[in-house]
Design a protein around this ligand. Sequence first.
Ligand code: NAG
Ligand code: NAG
Ligand code: NAG
Ligand code: NAG
Ligand code: NAG
Length: 228
Amino acid sequence: MAKAGRSRCGCCCVMGWIFGIIAAIVVLLGIAVALFFAIVNPQKMKVQINDATITKFNLTEANQTHWLHYDLEFNVTIRNPNRIMGLYYDDFIPGVYYQSDEKTIKNYVDSRWMNFYQGKKNTTVMRFRFNGKREVYLLEAGERTRYIERFEKEKSAGIFSLDWKVEFRTRVKLGAIRIGIFQPKLRCGSSLVPFFGGNYGQKRANVTSNVAKCGVKFKATSIFEPLD
Ligand SMILES: *[C@@H]1O[C@H](CO)[C@@H](O)[C@H](O)[C@H]1NC(C)=O
Ligand SMILES: *[C@@H]1O[C@H](CO)[C@@H](O)[C@H](O)[C@H]1NC(C)=O
Ligand SMILES: *[C@@H]1O[C@H](CO)[C@@H](O)[C@H](O)[C@H]1NC(C)=O
Ligand SMILES: *[C@@H]1O[C@H](CO)[C@@H](O)[C@H](O)[C@H]1NC(C)=O
Ligand SMILES: *[C@@H]1O[C@H](CO)[C@@H](O)[C@H](O)[C@H]1NC(C)=O
């Protein structure tokens, strides 16, 4: 009897202890998170694409296949506004599309791949040159007509509207500690890029329209979502 009673009481005591410990851990975690935000004040990186120029952009057709021949350059400028956090960029991929649509990855032109580290309060400017040729998949006649019409119009205006996509994964460096991986979603939209090739004049697009600022969003599915 006594044994059973003691064991019931022991059970209660153990439960009390467990709840107490859990409550303490929750409170401590809350304090740690609040302190983290107060001290580290994490902020998102700022990404933009500027200074883009095109020196070659021609469309050729051979055997019912369209090819885009391109030679273009642009800068990707990334700023880490954080005072305390360094940022690693893994699988950083800037890409260019022409006449693409938001949902598909159609009309991809070119991209690069790289990894780098960016210190606190630092701005990284990278200039990329993409040149080569890419098959353009224009399956139905209507699509082909629209593509070619817009292409000719932009070529004679001396300005092409290019669509940018930037992807990367990032890890945070806090002293010796590394936190992450985070995979933000970027929306860079498009920019008007002057075309300096061919016989179509050397019209300069207004440089102000030659900047695409990327919206950076950290999803809930990121391991941890502090960067806001
Ligand atoms: C078109 O295709 C034919 C045979 O399929 C080939 O001999 C020819 O070289 C191709 N032309 C071009 C410009 O690719
Ligand atoms: C673009 O990058 C080049 C080379 O790094 C640099 O000289 C130029 O100032 C950059 N332009 C802008 C607007 O950041
Ligand atoms: C940015 O980073 C580079 C290389 O990591 C470093 O040389 C430079 O001093 C840094 N600039 C600032 C403002 O911290
Ligand atoms: C593409 O256009 C450039 C001028 O913009 C020209 O020099 C080049 O020969 C053209 N290439 C092709 C494959 O048509
Ligand atoms: C370029 O900007 C100037 C003013 O800065 C404006 O008057 C002109 O219409 C613009 N040109 C184009 C093609 O947008």
